[in-house]
Design a protein around this ligand. Structure first.
Ligand SMILES: Cc1cc2nc3c(=O)[nH]c(=O)nc-3n(C[C@H](O)[C@H](O)[C@H](O)COP(=O)(O)O)c2cc1C
Length: 174
């Protein structure tokens, strides 16, 4: 008789696996430093918070290069990526590609000179109203100062969907 040893489950591994099957849209969180320099990174943790007041939240690892900039300036911008922006995702999620993030053709300046992504499905310019540390991350709660939407609004919005560690494409169902 063969005895099959059951593989021990670690909570960390199971948690990581559970995150891989959670589909999420990808945003670029951006900020502007005191010298006018742009900073940014890819996030799936951006979410709407409340209507009263209009507010958004994002969880930022305190080791990320944008973290001290948001902490000091108290401002950030959430740019919801469009499928066409796929090439930027790698640049904004790899530290060794940091220098290639702010290619001028993709960026404009919004309220307060914050970097706003051209062709984004939506842009929320926020002022930090509260911040809460938990584990390795800080959750920034942002009051929305401005919303930029494409003109005209996309009829078939095509966000970048992150699932199982890779990019997926959403197809409109007619
Ligand atoms: C799809 C995707 C989602 C991510 N979401 C987050 C997130 O919500 N919060 C976070 O701190 N890092 C997140 N990251 C990791 C950062 O994008 C990555 O570590 C980035 O390189 C940090 O910027 P830096 O290299 O300038 O420090 C995500 C990466 C990917 C690929």
């Amino acid at each position: 008789m063969t005895l099959h040893a059951t593989k021990p489950h670690s909570l960390t591994d199971d948690f990581r696996s559970s995150m891989r099957v959670a589909a999420a849209s990808v945003s670029l969180v951006t900020a502007r430093d005191e010298s006018g320099g742009f900073h940014g990174m890819a996030v799936t943790s951006a979410a709407s918070l409340s209507m009263e007041p209009p507010s958004m939240m994002v969880a930022v690892n305190r080791s990320a290069s944008i973290f001290p900039v948001i902490s000091r300036t108290g401002r950030f911008c959430l740019n919801l990526m469009n499928d066409d922006h796929g090439g930027l995702l790698e640049c904004f999620s790899r530290s060794d590609m940091r220098e290639r993030r702010f290619t001028p053709e993709h960026w404009a300046e919004g309220l307060g000179g914050l970097p706003t992504l051209r062709g984004a499905l939506s842009v929320h310019v926020c002022t930090v109203a509260a911040a809460h540390d938990f584990g390795t991350h800080t959750v920034f709660f942002g009051q929305v100062d401005d919303v930029i939407l494409p003109e005209p609004m996309a009829q078939n919005p095509a966000p970048i969907i992150w699932l199982n560690g890779t990019r997926r494409h959403l197809r409109a169902i007619a």
